[in-house]
Design a protein around this ligand. Structure first.
Ligand SMILES: C[S@@+](CC[C@H](N)C(=O)[O-])C[C@H]1O[C@@H](n2cnc3c(N)ncnc32)[C@H](O)[C@@H]1O
Length: 285
Protein backbone atom coordinates (compact mmCIF):
# COMPACT_ATOMS: atom_id res chain seq x y z
CA UNK A 1 0.00 0.00 0.00
CA UNK A 2 2.81 2.40 0.90
CA UNK A 3 4.41 1.68 -2.41
CA UNK A 4 1.22 2.46 -4.24
CA UNK A 5 0.63 5.61 -2.24
CA UNK A 6 4.15 6.75 -3.01
CA UNK A 7 3.75 5.90 -6.67
CA UNK A 8 0.56 7.95 -6.87
CA UNK A 9 2.14 10.89 -5.14
CA UNK A 10 5.23 10.68 -7.27
CA UNK A 11 3.18 10.45 -10.42
CA UNK A 12 1.17 13.56 -9.63
CA UNK A 13 4.27 15.43 -8.49
CA UNK A 14 6.09 14.50 -11.68
CA UNK A 15 3.25 15.89 -13.74
CA UNK A 16 2.97 18.85 -11.38
CA UNK A 17 -0.80 19.19 -11.54
CA UNK A 18 -3.99 18.09 -9.88
CA UNK A 19 -6.50 15.54 -11.09
CA UNK A 20 -7.47 16.32 -14.67
CA UNK A 21 -11.05 15.28 -14.01
CA UNK A 22 -11.85 17.60 -11.13
CA UNK A 23 -8.84 19.94 -11.19
CA UNK A 24 -7.98 19.31 -7.56
CA UNK A 25 -6.53 16.67 -5.27
CA UNK A 26 -8.89 13.70 -5.44
CA UNK A 27 -10.39 12.18 -2.33
CA UNK A 28 -11.01 8.77 -3.84
CA UNK A 29 -7.62 7.60 -2.51
CA UNK A 30 -4.20 7.94 -4.01
CA UNK A 31 -4.31 5.05 -6.42
CA UNK A 32 -7.25 6.48 -8.37
CA UNK A 33 -5.38 9.76 -8.63
CA UNK A 34 -3.16 8.06 -11.16
CA UNK A 35 -6.19 7.09 -13.17
CA UNK A 36 -7.63 10.55 -12.93
CA UNK A 37 -4.62 11.79 -14.79
CA UNK A 38 -5.79 9.77 -17.76
CA UNK A 39 -8.52 11.09 -20.04
CA UNK A 40 -12.07 10.45 -18.81
CA UNK A 41 -13.45 7.46 -20.65
CA UNK A 42 -16.75 6.78 -19.00
CA UNK A 43 -19.46 8.09 -21.28
CA UNK A 44 -22.21 9.64 -19.18
CA UNK A 45 -24.75 9.36 -22.02
CA UNK A 46 -24.18 5.60 -22.21
CA UNK A 47 -24.95 5.32 -18.51
CA UNK A 48 -28.12 7.37 -18.97
CA UNK A 49 -29.20 5.22 -21.94
CA UNK A 50 -29.23 2.22 -19.60
CA UNK A 51 -31.82 3.95 -17.40
CA UNK A 52 -33.92 4.77 -20.45
CA UNK A 53 -34.06 1.17 -21.69
CA UNK A 54 -37.53 -0.44 -21.63
CA UNK A 55 -36.45 -3.45 -19.55
CA UNK A 56 -34.73 -1.31 -16.94
CA UNK A 57 -37.74 1.00 -16.60
CA UNK A 58 -39.96 -2.10 -16.28
CA UNK A 59 -37.67 -3.45 -13.54
CA UNK A 60 -38.03 -0.27 -11.46
CA UNK A 61 -41.79 -0.10 -12.20
CA UNK A 62 -42.09 -3.60 -10.74
CA UNK A 63 -40.16 -2.49 -7.65
CA UNK A 64 -42.40 0.56 -7.22
CA UNK A 65 -45.58 -1.46 -7.57
CA UNK A 66 -44.55 -4.56 -5.61
CA UNK A 67 -41.95 -3.60 -2.99
CA UNK A 68 -42.66 -0.07 -1.85
CA UNK A 69 -40.53 1.56 0.84
CA UNK A 70 -37.88 -0.56 2.52
CA UNK A 71 -38.24 -1.01 6.29
CA UNK A 72 -34.96 0.92 6.70
CA UNK A 73 -36.11 3.79 4.47
CA UNK A 74 -39.35 4.15 6.38
CA UNK A 75 -37.49 4.22 9.69
CA UNK A 76 -35.07 6.93 8.61
CA UNK A 77 -37.28 9.08 6.40
CA UNK A 78 -40.23 9.29 8.78
CA UNK A 79 -37.91 10.29 11.62
CA UNK A 80 -36.25 13.06 9.65
CA UNK A 81 -39.01 14.51 7.51
CA UNK A 82 -42.41 15.96 8.45
CA UNK A 83 -45.33 15.16 6.14
CA UNK A 84 -45.80 18.79 5.04
CA UNK A 85 -42.14 19.50 4.27
CA UNK A 86 -40.99 20.06 0.69
CA UNK A 87 -38.76 17.15 -0.22
CA UNK A 88 -36.76 16.74 -3.41
CA UNK A 89 -36.33 13.15 -4.48
CA UNK A 90 -33.53 12.60 -7.00
CA UNK A 91 -33.17 9.49 -9.14
CA UNK A 92 -36.72 8.42 -8.25
CA UNK A 93 -36.84 5.68 -10.89
CA UNK A 94 -40.53 4.79 -11.15
CA UNK A 95 -41.40 6.47 -7.86
CA UNK A 96 -40.93 3.61 -5.41
CA UNK A 97 -39.92 5.99 -2.59
CA UNK A 98 -42.20 8.92 -3.54
CA UNK A 99 -45.21 6.58 -3.76
CA UNK A 100 -44.29 4.95 -0.45
CA UNK A 101 -44.02 8.36 1.22
CA UNK A 102 -47.34 9.46 -0.31
CA UNK A 103 -48.97 6.43 1.29
CA UNK A 104 -47.58 7.61 4.65
CA UNK A 105 -49.18 11.05 4.23
CA UNK A 106 -46.32 13.00 2.60
CA UNK A 107 -47.90 15.50 0.21
CA UNK A 108 -44.97 17.65 -0.85
CA UNK A 109 -42.45 15.25 -2.40
CA UNK A 110 -41.19 16.20 -5.86
CA UNK A 111 -40.11 13.02 -7.66
CA UNK A 112 -37.33 13.64 -10.19
CA UNK A 113 -35.07 11.56 -12.39
CA UNK A 114 -32.86 12.36 -15.37
CA UNK A 115 -34.38 9.48 -17.35
CA UNK A 116 -37.51 10.74 -19.13
CA UNK A 117 -38.99 7.23 -19.55
CA UNK A 118 -38.65 6.67 -15.77
CA UNK A 119 -40.56 9.89 -15.13
CA UNK A 120 -43.23 9.04 -17.72
CA UNK A 121 -43.74 5.68 -16.04
CA UNK A 122 -43.88 7.33 -12.58
CA UNK A 123 -46.63 9.61 -13.87
CA UNK A 124 -48.63 6.65 -15.25
CA UNK A 125 -48.31 4.71 -12.00
CA UNK A 126 -49.27 7.72 -9.84
CA UNK A 127 -52.27 8.34 -12.12
CA UNK A 128 -53.35 4.72 -11.86
CA UNK A 129 -53.14 4.92 -8.08
CA UNK A 130 -54.84 8.34 -8.12
CA UNK A 131 -51.95 9.86 -6.15
CA UNK A 132 -51.10 13.52 -6.80
CA UNK A 133 -47.30 13.26 -6.96
CA UNK A 134 -45.47 16.06 -8.78
CA UNK A 135 -42.73 14.80 -11.09
CA UNK A 136 -39.98 16.40 -13.14
CA UNK A 137 -37.07 15.38 -15.35
CA UNK A 138 -33.95 16.65 -13.54
CA UNK A 139 -30.24 15.85 -13.68
CA UNK A 140 -28.80 15.97 -10.14
CA UNK A 141 -25.61 17.51 -11.55
CA UNK A 142 -27.41 20.59 -12.89
CA UNK A 143 -30.60 21.34 -10.97
CA UNK A 144 -32.87 24.06 -12.29
CA UNK A 145 -34.18 25.13 -8.89
CA UNK A 146 -33.52 28.33 -6.97
CA UNK A 147 -31.17 28.23 -3.97
CA UNK A 148 -32.50 27.02 -0.60
CA UNK A 149 -36.00 25.98 -1.65
CA UNK A 150 -36.30 22.42 -0.26
CA UNK A 151 -36.67 21.23 3.35
CA UNK A 152 -35.05 17.90 2.54
CA UNK A 153 -33.63 15.69 -0.20
CA UNK A 154 -33.39 11.96 -0.92
CA UNK A 155 -31.23 10.10 -3.47
CA UNK A 156 -32.26 6.50 -2.77
CA UNK A 157 -30.94 3.09 -3.72
CA UNK A 158 -27.39 4.12 -4.66
CA UNK A 159 -28.45 6.47 -7.49
CA UNK A 160 -25.79 9.05 -6.59
CA UNK A 161 -23.11 6.38 -7.12
CA UNK A 162 -24.39 5.75 -10.64
CA UNK A 163 -23.10 9.14 -11.70
CA UNK A 164 -19.80 8.55 -13.51
CA UNK A 165 -16.64 10.35 -12.33
CA UNK A 166 -15.86 11.74 -8.93
CA UNK A 167 -16.23 15.26 -10.30
CA UNK A 168 -19.79 14.43 -11.45
CA UNK A 169 -20.76 13.02 -8.06
CA UNK A 170 -19.33 16.03 -6.22
CA UNK A 171 -21.13 18.36 -8.60
CA UNK A 172 -24.39 16.58 -7.70
CA UNK A 173 -23.62 16.86 -3.97
CA UNK A 174 -22.93 20.59 -4.37
CA UNK A 175 -26.16 21.08 -6.34
CA UNK A 176 -28.19 19.27 -3.68
CA UNK A 177 -26.51 21.39 -1.01
CA UNK A 178 -27.37 24.55 -2.94
CA UNK A 179 -31.12 23.85 -3.26
CA UNK A 180 -31.56 22.83 0.41
CA UNK A 181 -32.49 25.26 3.16
CA UNK A 182 -29.96 25.60 5.99
CA UNK A 183 -30.57 22.85 8.53
CA UNK A 184 -32.18 20.54 5.94
CA UNK A 185 -31.45 16.80 5.84
CA UNK A 186 -30.21 14.84 2.86
CA UNK A 187 -30.47 11.03 2.87
CA UNK A 188 -28.79 8.75 0.35
CA UNK A 189 -27.26 5.30 0.11
CA UNK A 190 -24.10 3.79 -1.32
CA UNK A 191 -22.47 0.41 -1.28
CA UNK A 192 -19.41 0.15 0.99
CA UNK A 193 -16.26 -1.27 -0.60
CA UNK A 194 -14.82 -2.32 2.76
CA UNK A 195 -18.02 -4.18 3.71
CA UNK A 196 -18.54 -5.60 0.24
CA UNK A 197 -19.30 -9.33 -0.05
CA UNK A 198 -17.13 -9.22 -3.21
CA UNK A 199 -13.76 -8.80 -1.46
CA UNK A 200 -12.05 -11.22 -3.87
CA UNK A 201 -13.21 -9.12 -6.79
CA UNK A 202 -11.86 -5.92 -5.20
CA UNK A 203 -8.52 -7.53 -4.39
CA UNK A 204 -8.17 -8.76 -7.97
CA UNK A 205 -9.30 -5.36 -9.25
CA UNK A 206 -6.71 -3.65 -7.08
CA UNK A 207 -3.97 -5.75 -8.66
CA UNK A 208 -5.29 -4.86 -12.11
CA UNK A 209 -5.10 -1.13 -11.28
CA UNK A 210 -1.60 -1.44 -9.90
CA UNK A 211 -0.57 -3.19 -13.13
CA UNK A 212 -2.55 -0.53 -15.10
CA UNK A 213 -4.62 -3.34 -16.60
CA UNK A 214 -8.03 -2.15 -15.42
CA UNK A 215 -10.90 -1.89 -17.89
CA UNK A 216 -10.49 1.17 -20.11
CA UNK A 217 -14.12 2.04 -19.27
CA UNK A 218 -13.19 2.95 -15.69
CA UNK A 219 -12.02 6.25 -14.22
CA UNK A 220 -11.68 5.65 -10.49
CA UNK A 221 -10.70 2.66 -8.42
CA UNK A 222 -14.09 1.56 -7.02
CA UNK A 223 -15.86 1.96 -10.37
CA UNK A 224 -17.70 -1.01 -11.81
CA UNK A 225 -19.01 -0.95 -15.37
CA UNK A 226 -20.72 -3.95 -16.85
CA UNK A 227 -22.12 -4.40 -20.33
CA UNK A 228 -25.65 -5.81 -20.04
CA UNK A 229 -28.21 -6.61 -22.71
CA UNK A 230 -29.78 -3.23 -21.84
CA UNK A 231 -26.56 -1.23 -22.06
CA UNK A 232 -23.80 -0.14 -19.72
CA UNK A 233 -24.53 -0.58 -16.02
CA UNK A 234 -22.27 1.71 -13.95
CA UNK A 235 -21.73 1.90 -10.19
CA UNK A 236 -19.04 3.51 -8.08
CA UNK A 237 -18.44 1.65 -4.80
CA UNK A 238 -16.82 4.06 -2.32
CA UNK A 239 -15.16 3.63 1.04
CA UNK A 240 -16.49 5.44 4.09
CA UNK A 241 -13.44 7.71 4.21
CA UNK A 242 -13.79 8.64 0.55
CA UNK A 243 -17.46 9.53 1.02
CA UNK A 244 -16.77 11.56 4.17
CA UNK A 245 -14.17 13.64 2.33
CA UNK A 246 -16.58 14.36 -0.52
CA UNK A 247 -19.40 15.33 1.85
CA UNK A 248 -17.07 17.73 3.64
CA UNK A 249 -16.03 19.18 0.32
CA UNK A 250 -19.66 19.81 -0.62
CA UNK A 251 -20.31 21.44 2.79
CA UNK A 252 -22.46 18.76 4.44
CA UNK A 253 -22.24 17.74 8.11
CA UNK A 254 -22.40 13.98 8.63
CA UNK A 255 -25.03 13.09 11.22
CA UNK A 256 -24.96 9.29 10.89
CA UNK A 257 -24.05 6.45 8.57
CA UNK A 258 -25.25 2.90 9.04
CA UNK A 259 -25.58 -0.28 7.03
CA UNK A 260 -29.14 -1.18 6.05
CA UNK A 261 -28.75 -4.60 7.67
CA UNK A 262 -28.01 -2.92 11.00
CA UNK A 263 -31.31 -1.06 10.93
CA UNK A 264 -33.52 -4.14 10.86
CA UNK A 265 -34.59 -7.06 8.74
CA UNK A 266 -35.89 -6.35 5.24
CA UNK A 267 -38.40 -8.71 3.61
CA UNK A 268 -36.87 -11.44 1.40
CA UNK A 269 -38.10 -9.80 -1.81
CA UNK A 270 -36.37 -6.51 -0.89
CA UNK A 271 -33.09 -8.37 -0.24
CA UNK A 272 -33.51 -10.15 -3.55
CA UNK A 273 -34.05 -6.82 -5.35
CA UNK A 274 -31.12 -5.04 -3.67
CA UNK A 275 -27.90 -5.97 -1.83
CA UNK A 276 -27.14 -4.50 1.57
CA UNK A 277 -26.12 -0.85 1.39
CA UNK A 278 -24.99 2.00 3.60
CA UNK A 279 -27.33 4.86 4.54
CA UNK A 280 -25.93 8.36 4.88
CA UNK A 281 -27.79 11.04 6.84
CA UNK A 282 -26.21 14.45 6.29
CA UNK A 283 -27.22 18.03 7.00
CA UNK A 284 -26.75 21.36 5.32
CA UNK A 285 -25.29 23.72 7.88
C1 LIG B 1 -30.81 2.33 -8.78
S1 LIG B 1 -31.98 3.38 -9.55
C2 LIG B 1 -33.06 3.71 -8.17
C3 LIG B 1 -34.46 4.09 -8.57
C4 LIG B 1 -35.41 4.36 -7.39
N1 LIG B 1 -34.90 5.39 -6.50
C5 LIG B 1 -35.67 3.09 -6.62
O1 LIG B 1 -35.16 2.97 -5.50
O2 LIG B 1 -36.36 2.22 -7.14
C6 LIG B 1 -31.05 4.89 -9.73
C7 LIG B 1 -31.83 6.01 -10.43
O3 LIG B 1 -30.97 7.16 -10.44
C8 LIG B 1 -31.18 7.83 -11.67
N2 LIG B 1 -30.01 8.68 -11.93
C9 LIG B 1 -28.75 8.28 -12.23
N3 LIG B 1 -27.97 9.36 -12.46
C10 LIG B 1 -28.75 10.45 -12.28
C11 LIG B 1 -28.54 11.84 -12.36
N4 LIG B 1 -27.35 12.35 -12.72
N5 LIG B 1 -29.56 12.67 -12.09
C12 LIG B 1 -30.77 12.19 -11.76
N6 LIG B 1 -31.06 10.89 -11.69
C13 LIG B 1 -30.05 10.03 -11.95
C14 LIG B 1 -31.38 6.70 -12.69
O4 LIG B 1 -32.06 7.14 -13.84
C15 LIG B 1 -32.19 5.69 -11.86
O5 LIG B 1 -33.57 5.87 -12.04
Amino acid sequence: MTLIKDTGLLYSMQLGRNCSSCNRECSCQVLPRIAHLMPALMDSEKVKAYFEADNVVAHYADAAARLGLWVSEEKILTRLFKTDESILELGCGVGRIAIGLHELGYRNVLATDYSRPMIQRTRSLAKLLEYAIPTQVADARALKFEDEVFDGAIFGFNGLMQIPSEAGRIRALCEIYRVLRPGAWFVFTTHDRERSPYQEFWQAEYKRWVAKEQSPDLECFGDRAEQTKDGLHFMHVPTVEEMKAQLTEAGFRLEATVMRSELGEEPAEVKHFSDDCRFWVVQKL
